[in-house]
Design a protein around this ligand. Sequence first.
Ligand code: ZN
Ligand code: ZN
Length: 263
Amino acid sequence: MIVEQVWTGNAYRNFNYLIACSDSGEAIAVDPLDHEKCLGLAKAKGWTITSVLNTHEHGDHTGGNKAVIAATGAILLAHANAKDTIPDIDRGLGAGDIIKVGKTVELECLDTPGHTMSHVCLLSRTDTPALFCGDTLFNAGAGNCHSGGHPGELYDTFTTQLAALPDHTLIYPGHDYITNNLEFTLDREPGNARAEALLADIGDQDPNAAMVSTLGLEKEINTFFRLHNPTVKARISEAFPGVGDDPDPKTVFLKLRELRNNW
Ligand SMILES: [Zn+2]
Ligand SMILES: [Zn+2]
């Protein structure tokens, strides 16, 4: 499996992905908004894009579908429940479905509601697993729930599905928000040395060569995975006295999400 992260350089700071089979050169394009870059990269690599997958229905993820499909004849995959919001889906996906790309790539579909209610993440079946997580999980952050999502569902997705993946899972998010997110983590947990060091390290990194994090690193630097941390909890109690001085993890998550909305 070969993964190419495509930095769009747009105002929304989207990342698109090509995932290719090294044997056959077949590739899947994930959220190929910048269709010119994705098609150009596939051509340069000698790959054939045979499928397009949308993690969810938002325009900054589906906006390149038409052009890529017109150029390649690729089929379109997305959550089965997105059939009314994403036109012309060829294959509707549900939890546990396997997406094959060429001979060597197998991607498992995770049904991950929260950012929207028809959002999928892809988990590669490789020695080092890779998670393509759209707008569910970002480096050091979590997707918002303003446009068709539910924070309670996002909490369930984080705690029951994402947190359960192996720590060495590589994280490939749909946007580059790492700087803001690390600053939010540090606002919620001043003194998080790992987050401080990473923020200094990445500086204003070139998103064309962005750091790829792991789930284990996220658990250290992503406040949405640190619901049991005493500082995070104490700062939530301070901001929301109504939650008492020992808020449960779900309350912490929901309040973090609320605070991040205005960050
Ligand atoms: Zn979105
Ligand atoms: Zn997005």
